[in-house]
Design a protein around this ligand. Sequence first.
Ligand code: 13P
Ligand code: SF4
Length: 311
Amino acid sequence: TPKNINYVEEINRLRKEKNAIILAHYYQEDAIQDIADFVGDSLALAQKAATTNADIIVFAGVHFMAETAKILNPTKKVLLPDLKAGCSLADSCPPSEFAAFKKKHPNHIVVSYVNTSAEIKALTDIVCTSSNAEKIINSIPKDQPIIFAPDRNLGAWLVKKTGRDMVLWDGACMVHEAFSIDKILTLYAENPGAEIIAHPESEAHLLKVAKYVGSTSGLLNYVKTSKATTFIVATEVGILHKMRQESPDKILIPAPVEDDSCNCSECFYMKMNTMKKLYLCLKHELPFVEVDKELSKKALVSIERMLELSK
Ligand code: 13P
Ligand code: SF4
């Protein structure tokens, strides 16, 4: 292999040559966000994947995101720079256990967060993301019981927001549960005027003290439009890159985590993708995401319901 590959140049050349689009999530490393054709939250990324004319989709994100793109585009090649880029939240909902849980609660509509495997989506009536969850739940008739999976924190938050008494699956994201409420409150006391903002996958005690709770795109938009100058940001730290670009005059403090010896506010899975792996996957068109045809058809129904309700 030749040394000194200029990844930016090579990625630019290859994506043009192959008519490929690079979609990246806000938690990706800075260089990947900067080279992507589109950076977004999980809803915007799914919407983009549903409408792109590109022949190849390179998904710089985690497996469930690329899998959703593949379900929406069964005839296209969907590449993921590292197939091992999973999600602790998606892993917290194994399909066989979820199928049994569903059986215990007959007559319930299943609303699942997009952070799930295709198998869970196939067992789901309507998929949602943190951007549209409230709207989707509110679209369901009041007397209709609901199962919400897999995130217990987002679920509890939605129960509070919508007043719907949903049955919750007991799953969680390890990044959003790593924050230290005590350290956050100390930081807050030291920075009067700062605003605490959080992703709804965070725990209830944190959401309770947050001035704003929302999806990654919601958080970006809030910082841009709020009159405050300082923000304590409780979500994966990768988002600070776009926040600094969009709101250069604001002071952004990443929320501290419980265990100082780890980089727990970094999603280990999101960070598995690198510029080198992005270049290699575009070059070799490997690794690609595959979904069983029958499974894909079933999962598509719940994803399409979400897209229809999110217009
Ligand atoms: P968003 O939909 O808010 O981008 O969140 C995705 C995610 O994985 C949060 O951990
Ligand atoms: Fe999954 Fe959490 Fe990483 Fe988001 S931050 S991809 S929910 S593990």
